[in-house]
Design a protein. Structure first.
Length: 152
């Protein structure tokens, strides 16, 4: 069964939120040693997943929404700007994860993940409030959200 795109967007966001919370716990020392040991790889995987999601929205969902709902154009532009800003933070997280992998230490990683979490939560909440209903009215596939297949 295919779910409306708005439901799928929330599921993707919830998965990314949970992954980011796990990274924060590992970076702050509140996770088992195995989680801390694999933290650099998990940071890189999370950054790639979030980038793929935003790239998919920018290339798929946002143009489809703009075409069908032109009144959303200013909102979509704001969200695309957020994606650029978030991508800069992801670059720093990737650099700090590399530092952790190379030296065994990255004192700034926990703080960077905390900042990322605050910004991503604000961005996700804004997206969910502003475009979920319109997404539900679009015919489409999870690829519009940067997902090759459903999050189910």
């Amino acid at each position: 069964m295919t779910h409306p795109l708005g439901v799928q967007l929330r599921r993707v966001h919830d998965t990314l939120r949970a992954d980011l919370r796990a990274l924060q716990a590992a970076a702050s020392g509140g996770a088992p040693p195995d989680a801390r040991r694999t933290l650099p790889a998990h940071c890189l995987a999370f950054c790639a997943a979030l980038t793929a999601h935003h790239t998919g929205e920018d290339a798929g969902a946002f143009p489809a929404l703009a075409q069908r709902f032109p009144e959303l154009e200013p909102v979509l532009e704001k969200m695309a700007e957020d994606h650029v800003w978030i991508s800069g933070i992801l670059v720093r997280v990737e650099e700090l994860a590399g530092e952790l992998a190379a030296s065994g230490s990255s004192p700034r990683l926990a703080g960077e993940l905390d900042g990322l979490a605050a910004i991503v939560e604000s961005h996700f909440s804004f997206e969910e409030r502003r475009i979920t209903a319109a997404l539900d009215r679009l015919p489409g596939t999870p690829a519009l959200l940067g997902q090759e297949k459903s999050a189910l």
